[in-house]
Design a protein around this ligand. Structure first.
Ligand code: SAJ
Length: 418
């Protein structure tokens, strides 16, 4: 098992392909984007992720990693393509199907196919197996199939790829054992073997668990606003209990995972997955709440302008997929507010981004929507000079509010009724 083909060179596929290549495997990375293939072949990266450029450069330099638009024969195939939602909140499996269909002509007896993409429980058994068997080879007999869901946190991908425990679901025992062999070459965490459907459910549940907990935090934040108290104090003090872990409230849940995966269960089991649906709706409602609070701050202002800090879905990453900031900006536009947006990380944004000075110039309020570290180093006195009205709305509760108050700002915090 020495040659590997990784389908998809995104946030998961590219780090996985590079780490495999630096661990002695001959790896071909396949992507549908010609620009992605070209960039990787030059040893460069098309996504922002700490440490990734160094590993890709080393992998390409060693000759063990190449990128191409087409797959080739290999011992092991990884499928690491997106599983987004359709507009009606159903799992869109067409990238997974396409990537699987693409490898069918190259399959040979003894090959192993590993699905890394987060997928609805039942995907390997009901969707992948029939496609793979178009090769004439039987899954579980002549070819092997496993699900090993990725678990890495954007911003810490390389560390977590190596250090996190992994769950491997095998279509059968041999598939699981073969998949373990390849992961054991670079994973330092524990590796747990189970069946494919359990592994699929484990992954979806991990993200659902987080979504439900964030929804609870957001609901508590709304209650605190009504009570005229501070969510930050409530969460900090409640978390002194040994079995309580209130999560962080914020403007909503973004990214390609947590805001997506719980819907897979709602789609499959609409009658049963009730808490899961409610949590999704609660988190999806946060941008509208944030917008209402911004509008209240701008009430009475003629031709108001809001300075939005952060477009990415969370701090210190360039990823704006499903970012709550996008929805807040859209809603503010609908209400006739002029919006000026800054983000130090995001590239190729469909929304025009501005430099900090242009963003603050003549603004009537600042809405901090993403917890990028850069924003902690802003000088509130300098910022105040540029603005028309000095109001700050910190939806992530990350700034030094005393300092901003001292610079003349009226400071509002999400989850605080004070
Ligand atoms: N967020 C909150 N409050 C919190 C935690 C997060 O509002 O207490 C928000 C963030 O601002 C962000 C969103 O939730 O908008 C999601 O961010 P995240 O850091 O929780 O997670 P992701 O989407 O970057 O990565 C998650 C991780 N899953 C879990 O922690 C269970 C990661 O391990 C997965 O590999 C990844 O999803 C994935 O690809 O599935």
């Amino acid at each position: 098992m020495k040659t590997v083909c990784v389908m998809g060179l995104g946030y998961i596929g590219l780090p996985t392909a590079s780490v495999l290549a630096t661990n002695g495997y001959k790896v071909l990375g396949v992507d549908v984007g010609a620009r992605v293939v070209e960039t990787v072949n030059l040893g460069n990266i098309h996504i922002e992720e700490p440490g990734l450029h160094t590993v890709v450069k080393a992998a390409i330099g060693s000759g063990n990693l190449r990128a191409s638009l087409q797959p080739e024969k290999a011992d092991v195939y990884f499928i690491a393509v997106p599983t987004p939602l359709t507009h009606d909140k159903k799992a869109d499996m067409h990238f997974v199907c396409q990537a699987t269909e693409q490898i069918v002509p190259y399959l040979e007896e003894g090959n192993l196919v590993i699905l890394e993409s987060t997928s609805p429980p039942g995907t390997c058994r009901d969707l992948l197996k029939p496609i793979l068997e178009q090769s004439g080879l039987r899954v579980g007999e002549e070819i092997h199939l496993a699900h090993c869901p990725e678990r890495v946190l954007p911003g810490k991908i390389l560390k977590e790829l190596i250090e996190n425990d992994r769950v491997i679901g095998g279509y059968d025992e041999t598939s699981a054992q073969k998949a373990r062999e390849i992961y054991a070459s670079f994973v330092e965490g524990h590796i747990f073997l189970t069946d494919v459907t359990t592994a699929e459910m484990v992954k979806v549940i991990e993200n659902t668990f987080r979504d439900v907990n964030i929804a609870l935090a957001n609901e508590i934040a709304l209650l605190c606003e009504k009570l005229g108290i501070d969510f930050g104090d409530v969460a900090r003090l409640a978390n002194r209990h040994p079995r309580v872990n209130v999560h962080t409230a914020g403007p909503g849940v973004g990214g390609h995972c947590i805001s997506v995966d719980p819907w897979f269960l709602v789609e499959q089991f609409p009658e049963t997955a009730r808490i899961i649906r409610l949590a999704r709706e609660c988190n999806d409602g946060m941008p509208a709440h944030v917008t209402r609070r911004i509008l209240a701050m701008l009430e009475g202002v003629k031709d108001p302008k809001a300075a939005v800090l952060g477009l990415a879905f969370k701090g210190n990453v360039d990823d704006m997929r499903e970012s709550p900031a996008l929805e807040v900006i859209r809603l503010l536009h609908v209400e006739g507010v002029r919006v000026s947006v800054h983000d130090p990380y995001v590239k190729n944004s469909p929304i025009e981004l501005e430099a900090l000075d242009a963003c603050f110039a003549g603004a009537d309020c600042i809405a901090l929507l993403t917890d990028h570290n850069d924003y902690k180093y802003l000088n509130p006195r300098q910022v105040a000079k540029q603005m028309r009205k000095t109001v700050l709305f910190d939806t992530r509760n990350i700034l030094d509010h005393k300092e901003w108050c001292a610079a003349g700002f009226q400071v509002k915090v999400l989850g605080s009724g004070r």
